[in-house]
Write a protein that binds this ligand. Structure first.
Ligand SMILES: *[C@@H]1O[C@H](CO)[C@@H](O)[C@H](O)[C@H]1NC(C)=O
Length: 249
């Protein structure tokens, strides 16, 4: 009984549907001049519409044009150009049956899409000094930056904040404390200066003392020599030794 009812329903509805659709065309047909013509396949366009005794005449789309669906069009669509000024480059080249697919340039991300093709892209943000790249940008997402905290720094291009150099651990003095955007700077340690400076001073002092001592010695020798000569001269001019001695002393 149930199946019979369905059969009756179908036999009633199908002709009705057919009646409704006969004013239109079948799914793979298009309407032209009150006539239904078979559509052309994707990648082709209509050259001649069908007649009572001929089917539709289709021709392939010329280069750089396409139609991506069964159609009754007389013209193909121009292929999309991926514009570098829009931050775009080609992902898939255009074919007769599919439009160009664009994707963002390197270091760009898509901000507008149409189907699977990007229509507009902008450059990834750069992180500021004091921030690190928490998540690198992709073709569809911008860079995510985060601030450095504690004793760390990043110039904005690091993938993590680096700890400040510990000058003391290197036996050096900190000449510039680090910031979140710059490392600390190390110079010579005061302890190193304290060890090196006195030894240098002592060495120099000893050297100077030695030089002075040597010159003094030489000078004294010269003086005593000349005084001996003087004595001799005096001795020559006097007759007795007793007189010479008193003069020299
Ligand atoms: C950050 O430092 C790196 C390596 O030290 C350098 O190559 C880069 O140019 C610097 N970036 C900026 C924005 O200063």
């Amino acid at each position: 009984m149930f199946t019979l009812r369905i059969i009756i329903l179908i036999t009633l509805i199908v002709p009705l549907n057919y009646e409704l659709c006969s004013c239109q065309c079948a799914r793979a047909e298009y309407k032209i001049d009150k006539q239904c013509c078979p559509m052309c396949a994707p990648g082709n366009r209509v050259l001649w519409h069908c007649t009572d005794d001929t089917s539709t005449t289709c021709v392939p789309c010329p280069p750089l044009t396409f139609i991506d669906e069964p159609n009754g069009f007389m013209e193909c669509f121009p292929c999309t150009v991926c514009d570098a000024n829009q931050g775009l480059r080609v992902n898939k080249v255009c074919t007769q049956s599919s439009d160009t697919v664009c994707k963002p340039l390197e270091r760009f991300y898509c901000i507008d899409k149409k189907k699977s093709s990007c229509t507009s892209a902008v450059q990834h943000s750069e992180c500021n000094p004091g921030q690190y790249i928490k998540q690198a940008g992709t073709g569809s997402t911008d860079t995510i930056c985060a601030d450095c905290t504690g004793d760390t720094y990043s110039n904005g291009s690091f993938s993590s904040c680096l700890p400040h150099t510990k000058c003391e651990a290197l036996g050096l003095a900190e000449t510039n404390p680090g910031t979140h955007s710059s490392d600390s700077e190390c110079g010579n340690s005061p302890t190193a200066v304290a060890i090196i400076a006195p030894s240098v001073i002592v060495t120099l002092a000893l050297a100077l003392f030695g030089v002075v001592f040597i010159f003094k010695h030489i000078w004294k020798k010269k003086q005593s020599k000349s005084s001996v000569v003087g004595c001799r001269r005096i001795a020559e001019s006097f007759e007795t030794e007793g007189q010479v001695k008193t003069i020299c002393e």
